[in-house]
Design a protein around this ligand. Structure first.
Ligand SMILES: [Zn+2]
Length: 98
């Protein structure tokens, strides 16, 4: 009925949202996935966890995740192909000098 009631309800909503984040973080902690980005599967930096202990994304994924975009994560647990993998037959580009 009063503005106070509206403000209290809004504050309560924020607290409940925060509580959800904390409970989700605790659940990940128990699962052993607390430091793992839920989007790409890579480790979340310690500094980032210190600043935002309930975050579930690494720095690379957080902006897109916050925008609500689905972040590609399906194949991210597979190790990326590195240039070293591609030149394992010894044909390095700079090996022909001589
Ligand atoms: Zn990530």
């Amino acid at each position: 009925m009063s503005d106070d009631t509206d403000e209290t309800a809004a504050a309560l909503g924020r607290i409940e949202a925060d509580l959800d984040d904390v409970e989700a973080a605790l659940a990940r902690l128990h699962e052993g996935t607390y430091v793992t980005c839920t989007s790409c599967g890579r480790a979340i930096a310690d500094e980032r966890l210190r600043l935002q202990p309930t975050t579930r994304w690494c720095g690379a994924c957080a902006p897109a995740a916050r925008d609500g975009e689905p972040v590609a994560g399906g194949g991210a647990l597979v190790a990326p192909v590195t240039p070293e993998d591609r030149v394992e037959n010894g044909s390095l580009p700079d090996a022909q000098d001589g």
